[in-house]
Design a protein around this ligand. Structure first.
Ligand code: DGY
Length: 289
């Protein structure tokens, strides 16, 4: 929605349910006379909302955790497998009619089974990704998270904590990002951090676009600093850096993390569950502000 349409919504409705593309900033929240009392975000990530500005206007903010964990982890694994096994490139090859037949060295990719997966962020989605990688692909799991889960979770997944992002980057064959898009995490994956990755490693991002410095990533791919990337999110969605569009060693998806019918229905129901609780005078189960 346009900022004007969003402002109008805040003056005419009791609750506003934005999606990831609706930027609820201080300007939108300056709408007068303010009628809305609730922002029920249709998504778990709520970096589209200026939470401080919402609090300043006594608005309650909710999100939709849990219900999209599996769908998002499935998509992170899809990207990991696709970029390692060159499936996007292979599909384009077949569709363009360029395929001339099986050859021993044709389009060789990178083995996934048994490799090291490094997770930056080990919350719900990071752990779900670890389960797939550990139990489906016998991968060794390393992670960095300032708020690690309990020892039972680590034991279960054979996951090992590292004390810094750098320590994860330098030891991993695949790095998957599962951290929130806070101001501190903007360009967390910078040119310098990309250089700390192995030259044969792959970066997977299903978190938020601005966690990665997209132009530094494009440069790193150009100079073969890393082997490839699988991206579902971008700094300026729906725009994608032109350099990335031309690269065969990048798999690009249009922010599909939670895009299954089952998950999107569950997200909608969660938005409504929170709104019902709020308007019934109870604490919404997924209140974030
Ligand atoms: C989320 O919920 O944060 C997703 O990125 C939107 O599908």
């Amino acid at each position: 929605m346009t900022p004007e349409a969003l402002k109008e919504a805040f003056t005419s409705a009791d609750a506003v349910f934005p999606t990831v593309t609706d930027r609820i900033d201080a300007e939108v929240l300056s709408a007068e006379p303010l009628r809305a009392r609730l922002i029920g975000n249709f998504g778990v990530g709520f970096n589209n909302i200026d939470v401080e500005a919402a609090k300043a206007r006594d608005l309650v903010v909710t999100n939709t955790p849990d219900v999209l964990t599996d769908a998002t982890a499935d998509l992170a694994m899809t990207l990991l497998l696709s970029v390692a096994r060159r499936s996007g490139e292979g599909e384009r090859h077949v569709r363009s009619g360029s395929w001339t037949g099986w050859r021993p060295t044709h389009m060789m990719g990178t083995q996934v089974t048994g490799k090291v997966l490094g997770l930056i962020g080990f919350g719900r989605i990071g752990q779900a990704m670890a389960r797939r990688a550990r139990w489906g692909f016998d991968m060794q799991i390393l992670f960095f998270d300032p708020y690690p889960p309990g020892d039972d979770v680590l034991r279960d997944l054979g996951a090992e904590a590292r004390g810094s992002i750098e320590a994860v980057l330098e030891a991993s064959d695949f790095v998957s990002l599962h951290c929130p898009a806070t101001p501190e995490n903007r360009h967390l994956i910078s040119a310098e951090r990309l250089r700390q990755m192995k030259s044969g490693a792959f970066l997977i991002n299903t978190a938020r676009g601005d966690v990665v410095d997209e132009s530094a990533l494009n440069d790193a791919l150009e100079k073969k600093v890393i082997a490839g990337a699988g991206l579902d999110v971008f700094e300026q969605e729906p725009s994608v850096l032109p350099g990335l569009l031309d690269r065969e060693n990048v798999v690009l998806l249009p922010h599909l993390g939670s895009a299954t019918r089952e998950t999107r229905v569950a997200m909608g129901l969660k938005v409504l569950e929170n709104a019902k609780a709020f308007f019934d005078g109870a604490e919404p189960p997924n209140r974030v502000a």
